[in-house]
Design a protein around this ligand. Structure first.
Ligand code: RB5
Length: 144
């Protein structure tokens, strides 16, 4: 599975941690920045990762800012992106099962690296349940 990952300055340290940890677990990681801790604008990275997913250059995306919320708001503007901000693994599992989310957003200032890694692991390995949930995802797509 190819994962596009991105962050702003507030998510940089957690991005670096997750990039290394997920690569170690066998995922192919495409790091779209930011590449240092200097101040930058999260919508730029939400756009880069969101477009990579929407255009099929990545299977999934992971975005990290201070709260995860700005990244989710921005990424969800891109047609084809279903971004979910998660701070614990139950939501991560359910947003895969129910929403077929294709971008995970995380709050680098809110959760620690081990919690973030567990959320990412659950989110990356949980399949979409389909069935009645497919109808609902189709209705989301119809809103685009
Ligand atoms: C940056 O200061 C901060 O606003 C950003 O990382 C994010 O939390 C926005 O939602």
């Amino acid at each position: 599975m190819r994962i596009a990952i991105g962050s702003d300055h507030a998510g940089f340290d957690l991005k670096e941690y997750l990039r290394a940890a997920l690569a170690e677990e066998g995922y192919e990681i495409d790091d779209l920045g930011t590449h240092d801790r200097s101040s930058c604008d999260y919508p730029d990275f939400a756009a880069a990762v969101g477009r990579a997913v929407a255009e099929g250059r990545a299977d999934r995306g992971i975005l990290i800012c201070g709260t995860g919320i700005g990244m989710a708001i921005a990424a969800n503007k891109i047609p084809g992106v279903r971004a979910a901000c998660c701070s614990e693994p139950v939501s991560a599992r359910l947003t895969r099962q129910d929403n077929d989310s294709n971008v995970l957003t995380l709050g680098g200032r809110l959760i620690g690296p081990l919690m973030a890694l567990e959320i990412a692991r659950v989110w990356l390995t949980t399949p979409f349940a389909g069935g009645r949930h497919q109808r609902r995802v189709d209705k989301i797509r119809a809103l685009e």
